[in-house]
Design a protein around this ligand. Structure first.
Ligand code: ATP
Ligand code: MG
Length: 227
């Protein structure tokens, strides 16, 4: 088995397209992808012990505790690290304390040859609000595919093209929760990005207001990966 080499950390506000870009990278390069938000929603849908503990925080746009999050991410990385050439962390770390915990994990010998690249995804809040208003997601917790429709386009119940489940709007995409999530994001993001800018990690800045294909091309060019 090849050791894990490329670790990408996607940092961007809600609705910046972290999930969509991850999906393209996964399809193109075969990397493993962890969306901590999707993982949390799976726990809630399956009513696990963790799911019950985090339900309220998620629905109100607050972060869940660092300890719980770190434990879930550690477990996932241990499971996929040996089997993947590349991994994407989408939505983790979100705080400097989570970033420090990740550094501790990656200081283990088995990650000696890994490189960590931080991908900062830049978009104005107004565009985020517009995007989330028109976002629909697959209700199937193991799919969670993302779509965008104008309200006028939603004449009947929209269906997922990947798994035929019903598409819904996320409870935390309601406008008051979106404002809370943006507030939470901005509260932590500057310190987090500053932490990484003064580290040895490679940093990539992407303008994610552009169409997804263009964003993906820019990602490929900045990372030097050949699609
Ligand atoms: P997007 O809209 O692109 O999905 P988001 O960042 O708003 O981005 P998710 O990543 O899906 O949303 O996360 C949803 C919720 O899950 C967050 O609001 C938070 O409550 C919880 N969560 C996800 N990742 C973390 C984390 N690293 N630390 C703490 N809470 C987290
Ligand atoms: Mg997401």
């Amino acid at each position: 088995m090849k050791p894990l080499k490329d670790i990408y950390i996607f940092i961007g506000p809600p609705g910046s397209g972290k999930g969509s870009l991850s999906h393209l990278c996964k399809k193109t390069f075969g990397w493993a992808h962890l969306s901590t938000g999707n993982l949390c929603r799976q726990h809630i849908a399956r009513m696990t012990d963790i799911g019950m503990q985090i339900d309220h925080a998620i629905k109100s746009g607050k972060l869940i505790s660092d300890d719980l999050m770190i434990e879930m991410v550690y477990q996932w990385i241990q499971e996929v690290a040996e089997a993947s050439q590349g991994i994407i962390l989408d939505g983790f770390p979100r705080t400097v304390s989570q970033a420090r915990a990740l550094d501790t994990l990656f200081s283990q010998e088995k990650f000696n040859n890994s490189t960590v690249t931080i991908v900062a995804m830049n978009i104005h809040d107004d565009n985020v609000i517009d995007r989330l208003r028109t976002r629909f997601v697959c209700q199937n917790d193991s799919c969670q595919a993302v779509y965008s429709f104008l309200p006028s386009q939603v004449k009947q119940q929209p269906i997922c093209q990947e798994c035929n489940s019903i598409l819904i709007q996320r409870v935390d995409d309601k406008s008051d929760v979106v404002y809370e999530r943006l507030k939470t994001y901005h509260h932590y993001a500057d310190d987090l990005l500053e932490y990484y800018r003064s580290s040895v990690c490679k940093m990539i800045d992407l303008n994610v207001e552009l169409p997804l294909d263009t964003v993906f091309q820019a990602f490929i060019e900045s990372t030097g990966k050949l699609a």
